[in-house]
Design a protein around this ligand. Structure first.
Ligand SMILES: [Fe+2]
Length: 134
């Protein structure tokens, strides 16, 4: 699978959040390489768990502090991601499908997340949190 290159357009304008989003892209790229090379993906789950804990918490604290109008809907998207992550981890642990297939479907989900959540839902709170400074 092809690698994703971070573009300036992806930045929201909050350094901590942008850094975390870049970490996710790096993780997607590692996963794509593992998939191509048949490497193990177990480590990716720990990185994703950490990402979820640190990043979603940071973002939700921020949105709460700015009294963001779509906070509840945004939180639901995060919870849906967490549920997906725990389901996919469970299926990996059960060993029912091949690591390659799991890596492939995770890759597709995460790429979708980048497009639909980071570039849409996260971008949507930019004006509230960053204002029109850009
Ligand atoms: Fe978010």
């Amino acid at each position: 699978m092809e690698q994703i290159e971070w573009k300036d357009d992806y930045n929201i304008g909050i350094p901590q959040i942008d850094r975390q989003h870049q970490q996710l892209v790096a993780l997607i790229n590692r996963l794509a390489r593992a998939e191509d090379e048949g490497g193990m993906i177990a480590y990716v789950f720990d990185d994703l768990d950490l990402y979820v804990k640190e990043h979603f918490r940071a973002e939700e604290d921020l949105l709460r502090a700015f009294d963001y109008a779509d906070f509840q809907a945004h939180k639901i998207e995060h919870r849906t991601f967490e549920e997906w992550l725990s389901a996919v981890r469970q299926s990996f642990n059960l060993g029912g499908s091949s690591a390659h297939l799991i890596a492939e479907s995770m890759n597709a989900y995460l790429r979708n997340w980048l497009i639909n959540h980071i570039l849409e839902s996260d971008m949507a709170y930019r004006d509230t949190v960053v204002g029109n400074k850009k």
